[in-house]
Structure formats: C-alpha cells, structure tokens
Design a protein around this ligand. Structure first.
Ligand code: ADP
Length: 315
C-alpha cells in the first residue's frame, strides 16, 4: 500500500486575540469588544488543513507545561490531527498575541517559547516513526531555521514529497532549495526571497525561475484573488482563483498548502491537488479566524465542481 498520510513539522501556538473598535496608540489603553483563545501557529494550521482535506496527519512540534498546552492539543485533536509526535517540553507553550480592530486591521507579536525547543533529533525520530505511512512533508518557517532545513533534507532522503511554505519570509541557506519538491510563497514572500517584486503573473513567473534556478522542482506562487502560478522545468500554468466574497483572508495560505499536501498524499495528480488547495484557500477567506475558518473536503469539492459546471455552461 502506498502511504497516504501527511507529516507536518512546524509551530504550534495559542492565539490570544483581543478585538476592539480601534487599536490602541502607543501607551494607550482601550476597551475591547471581544476576546478569543484558539489553536494557531502556521504548522498547526497546516496540519488541521491537511486533516480536514481527509489525510491521516501527524504533527511534529513542541508545546510547554501550562494551561495553553491543553487548549492547543485539544484543538489539534478535535480536527483529527494525530498527536503522537508532539513533544511536551519544559517551559511554556508558544503564544501569538493578536489585536484586531473593527476594519480587520491587526498587529501580532509571536513568542515562540516551546517552539524554540524543536530540534533535529526530534524531526529524525518522527520521520522514522511514521515511515511507510506518510508520503508528504509540510514545512514553514516559524520554527528554528536549521531545524526546518534539516527536515527538508531528511524528508527528501526518506522519499517524501517535501513542500515548503517560506513564511515568515527569511533568508535560507543556499543548499536547502534542492531538497524541495514544491515551494509555495505568496506574493510578498516571493518578493522578499527573490528580490523580484511580484505584483502580477509575469513578475511571479520571473520569481518562480529564481526558485527553479536554485534547485526547487516546482514553484507554486499564490496570488490571493488572482489565483496561483505553477512553474516547473516543463510547464508554466496560471490557475485563476475561485470566485468568493472574502471576509477575512487569514489562513488562506495555510488552507491552500494543507489541502495541496493532503491531495498529493492521496495520489491525486498535481493540477487536481492545486485546485483543492485553491478551493480551500478561497473558502477560508469566506469565514473569520484561522484554524476555525478552514473548510472540509466536501466543501472544497463542491466549490470545484460548481466552478467546473459554470465554466462548462459558459463555453
Ligand atoms: P496567503 O494567505 O499566504 O497570503 P494567498 O492570499 O495567496 O496566501 O491565498 C492562497 C490561495 O487561496 C490563493 O492562491 C487563492 O487560490 C486562494 N485565495 C486567497 N484569497 C482569495 C480570494 N480573495 N478569492 C479567491 N481565492 C483566494
């Protein structure tokens, strides 16, 4: 049997969010209207997304010994993510401290705490533990860079399809690119990494070449409401976005990458997997929040098939 699971190596945080009419000025106190305490972190969001896409999903990450631990672990578990590779370390669970105003404008301080304890030995042990059960490895950059780079190399050596969402964008060692099957930056991450300002499909194509020149097999640049550009050595294809009415674009990228990984692990062809990712990204923008806004597989499939029907009718 071919492995159909997804392994996610990445960050887990408690997202502590206060909502107020306007953000306080420096040194000022304002009264808020609402408050939420939810599972977050790019790694955890991608894991939830892959699980909602229907893939058996394992999360590799670290939490601390505090009340936030139970909140993030029950969040992961409630969405069907397997916790056997999550380590409890000394100290406190990572926190994202978020403030949102009435217009949706926000500011965020992420304190990694336990996420800083994730190390290469844990990654190696987890890859070994799930060997034969996962086909795809998802990575992002909210964990120590050397750990993410090591995971890319170890995952590639273990025969996994390695997908890196290079967010938050930061400079990476030159030898990491050749271990990546797919890189999924958004416009601003692609711009920061390549130095090519990505504003449209043509500039995205130039940025994609930058990744391919360094050894990435497939550059998949997400363009928000303009869809996504897929570039390999053999082919360039622009996928237009699914039409939706967005209310909050948080976690669109995590929805995209999780569904892409889940679909590839299920052995769907790469174009179909991109369509799943794009449908999930589009649906995530129609609901507020991060992990709570992620759609399930049936919703993504419904959007894909409705769009295909409309396309067919238009021809
Ligand atoms: P990020 O959240 O990392 O900035 P994007 O905004 O590029 O990532 O979104 C990822 C994917 O989600 C896009 O490629 C697109 O397919 C889908 N998406 C995002 N925003 C919209 C939107 N406003 N309308 C339709 N699809 C969207």
């Amino acid at each position: 049997m071919e492995p159909t699971g997804v392994l996610v190596v990445g960050s887990i945080t408690a997202d502590v969010t206060a909502f107020s009419r306007r953000l306080p000025r420096r040194g000022e106190t304002v009264l808020g209207d609402d408050f939420t305490l939810l599972l977050g972190g790019k790694g955890a969001n991608q894991a939830v997304s892959a699980a909602r896409a229907g893939a058996p999903t394992w999360m590799v990450g670290c939490v601390g010994q505090d009340p936030f631990r139970d909140i993030v672990l029950s969040g992961l578990e409630s969405h069907g993510v397997t916790l056997t590779e999550v380590r409890t370390v000394e100290g406190r669970t990572g926190v994202a401290h978020i403030r949102v105003d009435a217009s949706g404008e926000n500011d965020i301080v992420i304190t990694p705490l336990a996420n800083a304890s994730l190390d290469t030995g844990m990654v190696d042990a987890s890859i070994q533990a799930v060997r034969g059960r996962v086909g795809v490895l998802l990575l992002q950059l909210e964990i120590p860079i050397e750990v993410a780079c090591h995971a890319a190399e170890a995952g590639s050596a273990a025969g996994l399809t390695v997908i890196l969402d290079p967010a938050p964008a930061q400079e990476l060692p030159g030898n990491v690119w050749r271990h990546l099957d797919i890189v999924t930056p958004n416009e601003s991450e692609a711009s920061a990494l390549t130095g090519i300002e990505v504003t449209d499909v043509a500039s995205a194509e130039r940025a994609a070449s930058w990744f391919l020149d360094r050894g990435v097999k497939h550059a998949l640049i997400t363009l928000g409401s303009a869809g996504a550009l897929s570039v390999t050595a053999d082919r360039t294809r622009h996928f237009p976005a699914y039409p939706v009415t967005p209310v909050d674009t948080t976690a669109a990228g995590d929805a995209f990458t999780g569904f892409l990984g889940g679909a590839l692990a299920a052995r769907l062809d790469v174009d179909t997997a991109i369509q799943y990712g794009m449908a999930a990204g589009a649906l995530a923008t129609t609901r507020p929040g991060a992990s709570s806004s992620l759609p399930d597989k049936a919703a993504a499939e419904a959007l894909i098939s409705t769009d295909a029907l409309l396309e067919g009718a238009a021809r």
